[in-house]
Design a protein around this ligand. Structure first.
Ligand SMILES: [Zn+2]
Ligand SMILES: [Zn+2]
Length: 372
């Protein structure tokens, strides 16, 4: 079978910018140096590009995990062109296919099952999906978004203006054009490219499968640090409608913090979250699967399997009871007519159930650790 044709423009852009970033930029740093203005400006531009992709292209347009004010959408549209990752419409179309057909080598545009190189950058170097390249059937909703369509039609112009205009303007302002073009122009672009590409490659290879083993996506805190929070990719693939990727307060997810902060300024609204019980149950099921795999090879496997299964079922029952009571308690709190006595009784029951669930959680964890 002949390979699809090479996409020379993409190859040239990636190769030239990468060569400059790894050869010319370090050479210039050693012989000439970069001042703090250039370093800070490059960092701000890197964050602007990165967050326009993660908060805008990804969580807003591809997954509709929240709604945004047109001003914020406009900022993300400009930042996305600056990040040089194709238009919102095209990017979101590809990404929706990736989620729907994840790991399917024939359909997933950057299937991780085709290896690191392919999912990282190889998929953009040849015309692998020529037949679906301009089929935007899966983003009909986005075709009604004026900012999306405006950016799509003017993408080339916008990407040239931002990628040349911003570094040149900052260079002239600071009185050193070459340094600004090298650091803010090229180095920022290469860093922005590869950190985003890591989500398609490394985030499908390296890390933990916390919630599901049904696809290659992984949770990885280190990767989250370099990808504005997108490293919690296993969670994201199972709960793609959640505006968060890192769900705990200590998870490094600046994209989540940005979206939430913007909600206080009325720039974002209708932030979608996965119900707590669904997350807890997915995690417990995955723990069962992992423990079963370990127990499978032991001598008394059958007996241990039965014990695990029983404890798991008890845990799920306790979880159902706990989350149901929690719902009732929240409803009672917001209901004016509910009797004070009734509410107190419910609160008491809720505390007992919570205590019970915690005890079961301990039993479950100690049972699993025995088989670790
Ligand atoms: Zn996604
Ligand atoms: Zn993915």
């Amino acid at each position: 079978m002949t390979k699809p044709r090479l996409l020379w423009i993409n190859i040239l852009v990636f190769l030239t910018t990468f060569s400059i970033a790894v050869i010319a930029v370090p050479y210039h740093a050693l012989t000439h140096g970069f001042d703090s203005f250039e370093i800070i400006a490059a960092l701000i531009c890197f964050c602007f590009c990165g967050m326009s992709i993660t908060a805008g292209y990804h969580r807003l347009w591809s997954h509709k995990t929240y709604q945004a004010h047109p001003v914020l959408k406009f900022i993300f549209a400009i930042g996305g062109a600056f990040a040089l990752q194709n238009s919102i419409l095209h990017w979101s179309s590809d990404h929706r296919v990736h989620h729907k057909h994840v790991d399917n080598n024939d359909v997933d545009p950057y299937s991780a099952k085709r290896g690191f190189w392919y999912s990282h950058i190889g998929w953009m170097l040849r015309d692998y999906h020529a037949d679906t390249y301009s089929n935007y059937d899966n983003v009909r909703d986005l075709q009604k978004d004026k900012i999306v369509m405006w950016q799509h039609k003017n993408y080339l112009l916008l990407s040239i203006i931002t990628n040349l205009g911003i570094p040149i303007a900052l260079g002239l302002l600071n009185g050193d054009l070459l340094s600004a073009v090298l650091l803010i122009g090229v180095f920022r672009l290469v860093m922005s490219h590869h950190t985003t590409f890591f989500i398609n490659s490394l985030a499908h290879i390296w890390g933990k499968q916390t919630y599901t083993e049904k696809n290659t996506a992984r949770d990885n805190g280190i990767l989250a640090f370099f990808t504005f929070g997108e490293g919690y990719h296993n969670f994201h693939h199972i709960f793609e409608n959640d505006y968060r990727n890192g769900i705990r307060w200590w998870h490094f997810d600046p994209t989540k913090w940005l979206i939430k902060s913007c909600s206080y300024l009325n720039l974002t609204h209708k932030l979608r979250k996965t119900p707590e019980d669904k997350i807890a149950k997915a995690k417990a099921r995955m723990q069962l699967v992992n423990s079963q795999k370990r127990v499978h090879v032991k001598e008394n496997a059958e007996e241990l399997m039965a014990k695990l299964q029983h404890e798991y079922e008890v845990l799920i029952e306790q979880m159902n009871l706990y989350y149901e009571t929690k719902k009732q308690l929240i409803a009672a709190k917001s209901c004016q007519i509910s009797e004070e006595v009734e509410r107190m009784q419910l609160k008491q029951r809720y505390s007992e159930i919570k205590e019970n669930l915690n005890q079961h959680m301990k039993n479950w964890n100690s049972l699993r650790s025995q088989y670790a």
